[in-house]
Design a binder for this molecule. Structure first.
Ligand code: ACO
Ligand code: PYR
Length: 538
């Protein structure tokens, strides 16, 4: 069967850069471009050369890619020729093989935003595109506000597309710029555009997620015959974002009818890098990866409910629409008050405990359910769950005993007469027969106070005698506090994420009416878990 070619156009470096709060550096853009190229994307839109120094530098240093590097810009302005429009010249000076120009196709915008006649706008589109092709560039036309324009004046909106096509544009891209169009409308309008004489294999779709339909709208256009899709990694983009390529790619490559009727430049094996690509982008942006992200989120294949876990262990396809490994993700069977013995067996096996006596399981489950009722949450705090299970099974050594601790927070003037805070903690532990007392302040290297929990963590980890070496590379990387219900009382739940030099990252939980006690409990679990991993002997 001959499959239609579907072209993938990534605009993370252009529309993605229009995300509120996102500002890529040139080197980050270079890193992302290389990642997109390795994935097998057909077009990489690198930015708007001339609009800002970062984009200009990116094109000056652009990596050699298999993907067609594309510069973005706008159609020429009224009153000057395409050859003499300095904004358009800067775009062309980036010397990319392809150039994508945005132009107005909604009469309201032509009149309101540009303040020119409908004819002049159409003529500007045609002349700008003709200028690109005369320079030997592949021309793409982003028809801005096309769906709203088509609703207001279909003849005019279509005439703008045809002007671009007749002037030599290889791709006419229908943009749902304001993101308010719904899938059935996108489907009908895309069909109408094809019926007007623009072939589907020269038609693209660019959607925004303002009604959470960017992916659905993209698929609707593909169903209607469009053969280029524009989107971004992790759905970055202006306002609510663009169509998320990280969701679209597996859908197109793994799901019917797309996988058997369409061909892309990406092979199915490359999808196994998808989770890594998504998380690398989050890393670059210093964002916590969204757990519920389809396909690549940490929860995308987390089976919390006991009924689900039981069936998953018999056959994963019972509750999974695709194999997590196909997108580079992994299955998780977490423990919680929704869990049954199947979840528990699976989690114990992950800990290396495969031959646990079945008689021990109900007691562990019971303890988890009781503790969750008191406000604990083992769903994410897997390290605390492991300690609890080991304790119940008699497999948790007692490494040390905390005799007492104290934290103080003092607000006082420094020598420059400025008010400063100073947190100080004292922890007394007994290791074997030896009592140790550690005192720590929580000042960072700049002399700023990092708060009482930090002081406690430093004091606790300061001197654990024979265990000191095992915990030396531990660090606290995240700290989340939540007021929750423990039985009938309001309590504080603290979740602490720790990491170590071996690249491990683990979460622990503590609960108490007192935030310091809750934090201390989570800190203790973090250290004990680390000691278990290091094989420390009591
Ligand atoms: C839908 C989209 O996402 S399109 C992408 C939008 N991206 C960006 O805007 C990011 C990069 N933009 C920029 O850095 C700047 O806007 C620049 C450098 C392009 C232009 O800056 P300025 O010259 O200061 O203009 P400014 O941003 O204030 O206004 C845009 C101008 O372009 C005009 N314009 C807008 N769209 C078009 C178009 N398709 N064709 C021709 N002119 C256009 C506007 O009418 C306005 O002109 P005016 O000032 O004479 O009214
Ligand atoms: C071109 C573009 O980004 C838009 O119309 O949304």
């Amino acid at each position: 069967m001959i499959r239609d070619r579907l072209y993938l156009f990534d605009t993370t470096l252009r529309d993605g850069q229009q995300t509120h709060g996102v500002q890529f550096s040139t080197s980050e853009k270079l890193q992302i471009a290389t990642m997109l190229d390795n994935l097998g994307i057909d077009y990489i839109e690198g930015g708007w050369p001339g609009a800002n120094p970062t984009d200009s530098e990116f094109f000056a240093q652009a990596p050699k890619t298999k993907a067609t590097m594309t510069a973005f810009g706008m159609t020429k302005r009224q009153g000057r020729s395409a050859e003499n429009d300095d904004v358009l010249s800067a775009v062309l000076n980036a010397n990319t093989p392809a150039v994508c120009l945005v132009g107005k196709t909604h009469e309201f915008h032509v009149v309101k935003a540009l303040g020119i006649s409908l004819e002049d706008n159409r003529d500007n589109i045609a002349r700008s595109i003709a200028h690109l092709t005369s320079q030997g560039r592949e021309a793409l036309f982003d028809a801005e506000h096309f769906f709203d324009g088509y609703a207001a004046n279909p003849d005019y909106a279509l005439s703008c597309l045809h002007a671009a096509r007749d002037a030599g544009a290889r791709w006419i891209v229908l943009c749902d710029t304001n993101g308010g169009t719904l899938p059935h409308q996108v489907h009908a309008v895309t069909e109408a555009v094809i019926a007007s004489g623009i072939p589907g294999n020269h038609l693209g779709i660019h959607t925004h997620n303002d009604t959470e339909n960017a992916v659905a709208n993209t698929l609707a256009a593909v169903d209607a015959g469009a053969r280029q899709i524009q989107g971004t990694l992790n759905g970055l983009g202006e306002r609510c974002g663009n169509a998320n390529l990280i969701s679209l790619l597996p859908t197109l490559l793994l799901k019917e009818p797309y996988c058997s009727t369409l061909e892309t430049g990406i092979d199915v094996e490359s999808l196994t890098s998808l989770t890594r690509v998504s998380r690398t982008l989050d890393d670059i942006l210093n964002r916590v990866p969204q757990k519920s992200a389809p396909y690549v989120g940490a929860s995308a294949f987390a089976h919390k409910a006991g009924l689900h876990a039981s069936a998953i262990l018999k056959d994963p396809t019972t509750y999974e629409h695709v194999d997590p490994a196909s997108v580079g993700n992994a299955r998780i069977i977490p423990m919680s008050n929704q869990a049954g013995q199947s979840n528990l067996r699976s989690r114990l096996a992950d800990m290396g405990l495969t031959d646990v006596d079945g008689a021990a399981l109900p007691a562990i489950l019971e303890r988890i359910k009781q503790r969750e009722d008191q406000g604990y949450s083992y769903d994410t705090a897997q390290a605390s769950f492991e300690l609890l299970a080991r304790d119940e099974l008699g497999l948790l050594p007692s490494f040390f005993e905390v005799k007492r601790y104290k934290v103080t927070v003092e607000r006082r003037k420094n020598k420059y007469n400025k008010m400063i805070s100073l947190s100080e903690a004292v922890v007394v532990v007994k290791v074997g027969d030896t009592k140790m007392l550690s005192v720590s302040e929580s000042l960072d290297e700049l002399g700023s106070d990092r708060g009482p929990v930090n002081a406690l963590a430093k004091a606790l980890a300061k001197d654990l005698g024979p265990y000191q070496k095992a915990i030396a590379d531990m660090r606290l990387v995240d700290f989340k506090v939540r007021i929750t219900q423990g039985g009938t009382e309001a309590v504080t739940r603290v979740i602490i994420d720790s990491a170590d030099g071996a690249g491990r990252r683990w979460s622990t939980v503590g609960v108490s009416p007192n935030i310091v006690d809750a934090s201390f409990e989570a800190l203790l679990d973090a250290i004990n878990w680390k000691l278990v991993q290091e094989g420390a002997e009591p």
